[in-house]
Design a protein around this ligand. Structure first.
Ligand code: ADP
Ligand code: MG
Length: 275
């Protein structure tokens, strides 16, 4: 047989691996028997309906929730950068971007400034967190996650509340950052049509892993179609169209960062509540 054709280097140990984890909340089973692993430098997207356990899985990976069954292994000394799904900052609480980025670890002013510039909000240090647009806020969260110098960047629905151009721009930034740093990325996203070009592997979750694989294979999988129908196909086609026309946006010209991303609509915040 053709075994020799697959003569790749032996797979490195994963950064993080779950084996058959179970997590429940007071009688409700959120995750059952979930096994997955994230390799170095890989981009993995987790999709699933609301309430399917995506955020629970992320919190378990971060060590914020202990599984009741199964196990989680992390590479020794693993550093994780985390962009949470919902971070409510009290509008009455004065908190500058610089202060926010100094929690819990202080960085030099130069490091902070360079990071803010990199994520497309140059000079935002003295702004109040409460005054940022949705797109700027997400970029500051990303900056904070990156300041941890992560081997894996974990983002839980990072584009919630952004409009379509804002979503595309944010994921483009993620893709660039990953290339620059070579970190792995694990993101929860409903925007499969936008992220799939940059995604190595999709994990479709519904309390358990329904299906998993390369994005186009998952789109064709009956399990995926049973969960999401054919609708996302149309959205994907739409994205490809958009993408053809979006190369003039912030394509490394080093100017005007952030302006086109600042549109914010806060009317879809109720979309994500599990019933
Ligand atoms: N802290 C909690 N206490 C009780 N139930 C929870 C808690 N967090 C999540 N759940 C429930 O667990 C299930 C999975 O939630 P979650 O992981 O947030 O799903 P997703 O992120 O995919 O929308 C849902 O039914 C949700 O209502
Ligand atoms: Mg969630």
């Amino acid at each position: 047989m053709n075994v020799a054709v697959q003569a790749k280097a032996p797979a490195a140990a994963p950064l993080i691996r779950t084996r058959q984890i179970d997590i429940g909340y007071a009688g409700l089973v959120a995750l059952k028997g979930v096994s997955l692993q994230i390799a170095k430098g890989e981009i993995v997207t987790v999709i699933g309906p609301n309430g399917s356990g995506k955020s629970t899985l992320i919190k378990a990976l971060l060590g914020l929730i202990e599984p009741q069954g199964g196990s989680i292994e992390r590479a020794p000394g693993l550093t994780i950068g985390y962009v949470p799904q919902n971070l409510a900052i009290d509008a009455n609480l004065p908190m500058t971007v610089a202060r926010f980025l100094s929690l819990p670890v202080r960085h030099s002013a130069g490091t902070t400034a360079a990071m803010l510039e990199r994520v497309g909000v140059p000079g935002a240090q003295s702004k109040q967190m409460a005054d940022l647009s949705g797109g700027q806020f997400q970029r500051v969260l990303l900056a904070r996650a990156l300041l941890a110098n992560p081997q894996i960047l974990i983002l839980d629905e990072p584009t919630q509340g952004l409009d379509q151009p804002g979503i595309a721009a944010f994921y483009k930034l993620i893709e660039e950052v990953r290339k620059e740093r070579g970190c792995a990325v694990l993101m929860v996203s409903h925007d499969l049509h936008v992220v799939m070009r940059a995604t190595d592997r999709v994990i479709c979750l519904n309390g358990h892993v329904c299906c998993e694989g390369a994005p186009d294979a998952v789109l064709e999988a009956p399990e995926y179609r049973a969960l999401f129908g054919d609708g996302t196909r149309g959205a994907f086609a739409l994205y490809q169209h958009h993408h053809d026309h979006s190369h003039d946006q912030g394509e490394g010209h080093g100017h005007d960062h952030g302006h086109q991303h600042a549109h914010y609509h806060d009317h879809d915040h109720d979309n994500d509540h599990a019933g």
